[in-house]
Design a protein. Structure first.
Length: 180
């Protein structure tokens, strides 16, 4: 066994990535304080070829050196848009038929292992502030909530870690029902 060199990984160019078919999933980042977390989410979104990231509220926008430090260029490949009011975005996405899930611990939340995405649907995952989580008024708009099971003493995961977990779970399940 040997480690592969970057040129052996057969990665798309940014141009090819932008033209490629995307996974029907958008991320809504609301009031994310850490620029490193934002950059990490961009990099993970690139890895899984998701459709778009929406940055809302106080969430910083590229270009910024602290976002770039962890995104490693993914802000150039992943489509993104800034929308100041997340609730307006969520209402618009719902009107377009996007099924919205707050990634949060709520009454009646569906655990991640029981979530089964449908290939014909488009999804949106709402991720909230590092301290307060997803705001209640956004949970009220969302169709459902997804909870990542946890067994330790802490009550939450870092947003970039949570994003990686839910995206991996979504993609592996979604691919079972899709032709991508």
């Amino acid at each position: 066994m040997r480690k592969l060199k970057n040129e052996e990984l057969n990665r798309d160019s940014i141009t090819a990535f932008k033209k490629a078919k995307k996974i029907p999933l958008v991320l809504i980042l609301d009031n994310i304080r850490s620029l490193n977390n934002i950059g990490s989410v961009f990099r993970t979104a690139d890895a899984f070829r998701i459709e778009k990231i929406y940055l809302c509220g106080i969430t910083a926008q590229p270009p910024h050196k602290d976002i770039h430090k962890t995104a490693l260029g993914a802000t150039e490949s992943v489509a993104w848009e800034y929308i100041s009011k997340a609730e307006e975005l969520l209402q618009k996405l719902q009107q377009e038929g996007v099924e919205l899930y707050a990634i949060e611990q709520t009454e009646g939340a569906q655990t991640l292992q029981n979530f089964q995405p449908k290939a014909a649907k488009k999804y949106g995952f709402i991720l909230g502030n590092e301290v307060q989580g997803v705001q209640q008024h956004l949970i009220d708009i969302a169709n459902k909530a997804l909870e990542i099971p946890q067994w330790g003493t802490k009550h939450s995961l870092n947003i970039s870690v949570a994003t990686g977990i839910v995206l991996w779970d979504f993609i592996t399940k979604w691919q079972q029902h899709s032709s991508v």
